[in-house]
Design a protein around this ligand. Structure first.
Ligand SMILES: Cc1cc2nc3c(=O)[nH]c(=O)nc-3n(C[C@H](O)[C@H](O)[C@H](O)COP(=O)(O)OP(=O)(O)OC[C@H]3O[C@@H](n4cnc5c(N)ncnc54)[C@H](O)[C@@H]3O)c2cc1C
Length: 206
């Protein structure tokens, strides 16, 4: 933990454990990348993959964020577990697990690292597809930029459990949590999907 990553509000919800960070990074299928462009903060949704102590992001070499390689960035990941409904409006909340990483993302120039990073991103979002799909060609590889953010400064914050209640007496409002889940739907094959090639085993069968 550094002073920059110290959670100030509700510090009991904070964690600086790598295992908790890794679990959030590995469960979330996308993140948000924050950077400052011409003095203006911008926050871009993007997908990521983790290999050990490095978070990888990828995009077109023409993508705006690639031009910021080497500059300070912030990666934020959020998993929402429930809506928290309290009897008082002010006690409404969310149950969540979130993580924030600060650092400098460098452009990956080594082809072997680039391929490993692209595999990590692909496998993270769609397990098994790296070996099931046609591998990238040299031209495709050159046409893809990869950024590497070493895991250094980070924080985790999480909330779980029921809503707070400030002694609302018999105020007649329901209180509790409404779980939030992200589910995958039934796969829908493209017209050119060859017959006999099964959909991913981790997607619900039709
Ligand atoms: C889904 C969701 C909804 C939220 N809604 C609200 C809301 O409506 N209003 C509100 O005030 N807060 C909300 N929060 C909490 C919010 O993210 C901050 O934690 C909060 O504003 C207090 O930050 P702070 O002043 O302690 O830290 P700041 O001074 O703002 O930040 C200091 C450091 O603390 C760490 N940090 C702060 N928050 C988080 C976090 N969530 N996850 C990981 N690291 C963190 C970072 O490293 C940051 O650099 C929400 C969080 C989530 C995940």
């Amino acid at each position: 933990m550094t002073d920059r990553t110290r959670v100030r509000r509700k510090p009991e919800r904070a964690s600086y454990e790598r295992a908790e960070l890794d679990a959030i990074l590995d469960e979330a299928r996308w993140c948000h990348l924050g950077l400052v462009r011409d003095g203006q903060p911008v926050v871009l949704p993007t997908i990521h993959g983790r290999l050990g102590d490095v978070v990888y992001l990828h995009g077109s070499p023409a993508a705006g964020f690639v031009r910021h390689a080497g500059e300070p960035v912030c990666v934020s990941v959020t998993l929402v577990d429930a809506l928290v409904l309290a009897r008082a409006v002010r006690n409404h909340s969310m149950n969540y697990r979130s993580a924030l990483l600060l650092g400098h993302a460098a452009l990956v120039t080594d082809d072997a690292e680039k391929l490993a990073a692209l595999e990590a991103v692909t496998e993270h979002v769609t397990p098994g597809r790296w070996s099931e799909s046609r591998p990238p060609t040299d031209v495709e590889l050159r046409g893809t930029a990869v950024l590497a953010l070493p895991i250094g400064e980070f924080s985790v914050k999480r909330r779980s459990g029921p809503p707070g209640d400030d002694g609302e007496g018999d105020f007649p409002a329901w209180a509790g949590i409404v779980p939030v889940t992200t589910v995958l739907g039934t796969p829908e094959p493209a017209a050119f999907s060859p017959p006999g090639c099964p959909p991913p085993s981790w997607a619900p069968p039709s």
